[in-house]
Design a protein around this ligand. Structure first.
Ligand SMILES: [Zn+2]
Length: 300
């Protein structure tokens, strides 16, 4: 099983190159309608943002879902030294889970989500910290910047094409190995979603964490722990640890140029079952996307 997951990860690295090849081809090809010009320009921006030498795998999507996985990389950055400060431990299996989750969403919705997956090691660069905090040398800085250039490009594109989006930022944790922990800075990073649909979109039966709970996963914070606080049939609970890092804070909908963003911290016991975890998370995200108007494909 493990071998299969690794073969797929190898495929995504190659797949990134295929994507770029296709997009680059369009830039150089005959360009007609204004839509084609916009697409060619977007492709060019992405090509400039993420070079073939960057250790970041990206996929442009057809639905307004952006999967992010900054801490699952294994590749040491050439010309970089291990960081002296900060957390350097890898979130085990999260690059694999991110890719497989994206595949499951594609199978469910019939259109690809976007993704940005770090292949570089957290020893060199931490993309879930600010640039000032997350890198200590220029070689690592280039990787950090490639990750965030792709994130910004995809967030901007989703805002342009769909008007909104959901970022699912995938991490791993060992403090509660059986649980999956939500981080939204206590609702700040999903401000637009909650304003539009109520807290049910974060904690109700059709939310990502509501679906995971229904599948039998322990989720934190516990949903509806305080029934008196329930509104729209859902109380999101208080996020007391892993409440959301740099990525959800930076791209979340509390920002004028943001979209909704949820950090998902997968317990080690769960991430060990890589294929099952990815299938269930993919199903939960696809269900949420259908329920909250994010599953609509836009013509390519
Ligand atoms: Zn992490």
């Amino acid at each position: 099983m493990k071998t299969r997951a690794w073969a797929l990860i190898a495929a995504v690295v190659a797949g990134g190159l295929v994507v770029f090849g296709g997009l680059t081809g369009r830039v150089g090809g005959a360009v007609g309608a204004p839509g084609d010009v916009a697409k060619a320009e977007a492709a060019e921006r992405l090509r400039e943002a993420v070079r073939a030498s960057d250790l970041v795998s990206v996929q442009r999507g057809g639905v307004a879902i952006i999967i992010s996985a900054p801490h699952g990389g294994l590749v040491r950055v050439k010309g970089s030294k291990e960081r002296e400060g900060g957390v350097k431990v890898r979130d085990v299996n999260t690059a694999e889970i991110a890719l497989l989750t994206a595949q499951r969403i594609t199978a469910e919705l019939g259109a690809k989500p976007y993704f940005v997956i770090a292949q570089f090691s957290r020893k060199d660069a931490d993309a879930n910290r600010s640039e000032a905090e997350g890198v200590e040398n220029d070689a690592a800085r280039a990787q950090w910047r490639a990750y965030h250039a792709a994130m910004r490009e995809f967030v901007d594109e989703c805002r342009r094409v769909h008007g909104r989006a959901i970022v699912i930022d995938i991490h791993g944790q060992v403090r509660r190995p059986e649980a999956i922990v939500r981080g939204t800075r206590n609702g700040q990073t999903v401000k637009a979603l909650v304003e539009k649909y109520g807290v049910a979109a974060l904690a109700g039966p059709d939310s990502v964490f509501g679906r995971l709970k229904a599948m039998g996963y322990a989720v934190l914070p516990e949903l509806n722990a305080d029934e008196d606080a329930a509104e729209d049939g859902a109380a999101p609970g208080r996020e007391t640890f892993f409440d959301g890092g740099y990525i959800v804070a930076h791209y979340g909908s509390q920002n004028a140029d943001g979209v909704d963003a949820i950090q998902v911290e997968i317990g080690a016991q769960r991430s060990n079952s890589t294929l099952k975890m990815a299938r269930d998370l993919g199903d939960a995200i696809a269900h949420f996307a259908r329920a909250y108007g994010l599953a609509e494909k836009k013509a390519d």
